[in-house]
Design a protein around this ligand. Structure first.
Ligand code: NAP
Length: 339
């Protein structure tokens, strides 16, 4: 059985959910995939939890007790020192996303890839800013950089596009890729005000700290840019896209649409136009025959139009930290386990 070290950098809701999920699934990972993952360290900005008693022998309750005990946390060692000791494994990068500089995730990912560690991340910033560089670095070092958590998390958009649709030509992609916007649209069509719906989304832990990023369509645009890079090898810039959010829609418009049996959805589209790839994000009025009409609440959805498999649509993958954590774990399994 392979025993592989894991270093977790970032311990917000997603990092915490990942650590707990790993402890919860440890036995299943061994039994089903022959994988023994050993959580060695959790790093925050200035503190760290170094797990001498490795998580392969810790159950979830013991891990949570350790995490909640302030005396378990010590001054943070450098990431380099941790990456250099022992055999390389996987770095899980879930720090705060900065879409302008890509930091601190960029440095973490680069250090890991130059030290022989695979990387899985839910952090969009470093990928948006430096996709080609990091992708090439992984390739040159025969390592994997996987980012399901950054595209639509629990909705397996990347895997389906890259693996299940292998050999097809993806001609168009349409997605409801932002759970917060979809939740707000659903609740407002049901009669909630914008502020009530937003408060609910924040209580569920799905709204990003700055809701403007979700409701103005930028989160969807970033996900489209990452999907374009993965599927078409084209790193789109956000400035190249038409991006319109849901913030211009009124509750009245949403209720009227509902009365007519229609729904507004924030649709991100990616399509081939001659030799180039185009992308746009905007609210669209859908009727029940549209593949994404029934994607409601915090769920997401994606539809691929292909040349030889017709249209394939996935729905679900609701947004929350546990779903993002599950996407990270899935990426780790897929690095090591070949089905
Ligand atoms: N929340 C979701 O459902 C979701 C879904 C998909 C993707 N994502 C993405 O996943 C990532 C994590 O999300 P989150 O909600 O858990 O984020 P968050 O609440 O912003 O937490 C970020 C964590 O990163 C740590 N951090 C920041 N700078 C660091 C540094 N230089 N070194 C080490 N740690 C550092 C913070 O440390 P301190 O604890 O010391 O402040 C904190 O623990 C983000 O990039 C987010 O965009 C989130």
């Amino acid at each position: 059985m392979k025993t592989l070290p894991v270093i977790l950098v970032g311990f917000g809701p997603v990092g915490r959910a990942f650590a707990e999920l790993l402890a919860e699934k440890m036995a299943e990972l061994k039994e089903k995939y022959g994988l023994s993952l050993r959580l060695e360290a959790i790093l925050r900005r200035s503190s760290a939890l170094l797990l001498e008693e490795k998580v392969e022998s810790l159950d979830k309750r013991a891990l949570v007790n350790k995490i909640n005990d302030p005396s378990s946390w010590s001054r943070r060692p450098s990431l380099d020192s941790l990456l250099q000791q022992g055999i390389p494994g996987v770095l899980v990068e879930v720090t705060t996303s900065d879409l302008k500089t890509g930091q601190p995730g960029y440095d973490h990912i680069k250090k890991a890839l130059t030290s022989g560690w695979h990387v899985v991340t839910a952090n969009k910033g470093p990928l948006l800013v430096s996709f080609s560089e990091l992708h090439n670095l992984a390739k040159e070092n025969n390592l994997r950089l996987k980012f399901s958590g950054a595209t639509a998390a629990a909705l397996p958009a990347l895997d389906v596009g890259l693996v299940s649709l292998a050999g097809t030509e993806i001609r168009r992609v349409e997605g409801i890729l932002n759970g917060t916007s979809n939740y707000l649209l659903t609740r407002m069509a049901e009669g909630a005000s914008y502020s009530e719906a937003l408060k609910e989304a924040q209580e569920k832990g799905i709204a990003e700290k700055n809701p403007a990023y979700d409701v103005e369509g930028w989160d969807t645009a970033v996900k489209l840019a990452l999907l374009s890079a993965a599927f078409f090898g084209v790193c789109l810039q956000l400035e190249e896209m038409e991006v319109v959010g849901i913030n211009q829609l009124t509750p009245e418009e949403l209720r009227m649409a509902k009365q007519k049996g229609l729904k507004f959805k924030l649709i991100g589209s990616l399509w081939k136009q001659k030799e180039s790839i185009k992308a746009k994000v905007r609210p669209e009025l859908l009727n029940p025959s549209h593949a994404l009409f029934f994607v409601d609440g915090t769920n997401k959805g994606i539809s691929f139009v292909t040349d030889s498999m017709g249209t394939i649509t996935l729905m679900g993958g609701q947004s929350d930290p546990r779903g993002a954590a599950a996407a990270l774990l899935k990426d780790i399994i897929n690095i090591y386990h070949h089905f």
